[in-house]
Design a protein around this ligand. Structure first.
Ligand SMILES: [Zn+2]
Length: 74
């Protein structure tokens, strides 16, 4: 089960992981760029203390990865 999920995820994000450092992406607010404290991986959702946006950890990370990748293109 765990291996299947990992395989699925690496296919899903594989393109981005090549070019973009994934560090911090799940902790940076994609609305205001606030970097929250380190969270255990069991925390799947969090709210930004600065702008109060509510984030799904993976959704937020993928938006940040996309944003960083786009920034790198310009
Ligand atoms: Zn925020």
């Amino acid at each position: 089960m765990f291996c299947n999920m990992l395989d699925y995820k690496s296919k899903w994000f594989g393109r981005w992981f090549v070019k973009v450092p994934a560090q911090y992406t799940s902790r940076d607010c994609n609305s205001c760029n606030f970097r929250t404290e380190e969270m255990p991986l069991t925390i799947r959702e969090w709210q930004c203390p600065k702008c109060n946006s509510f984030h799904n950890r993976d959704g937020n990370a993928s938006k940040n990865i996309l944003k960083k990748w786009l920034d790198g293109q310009s």
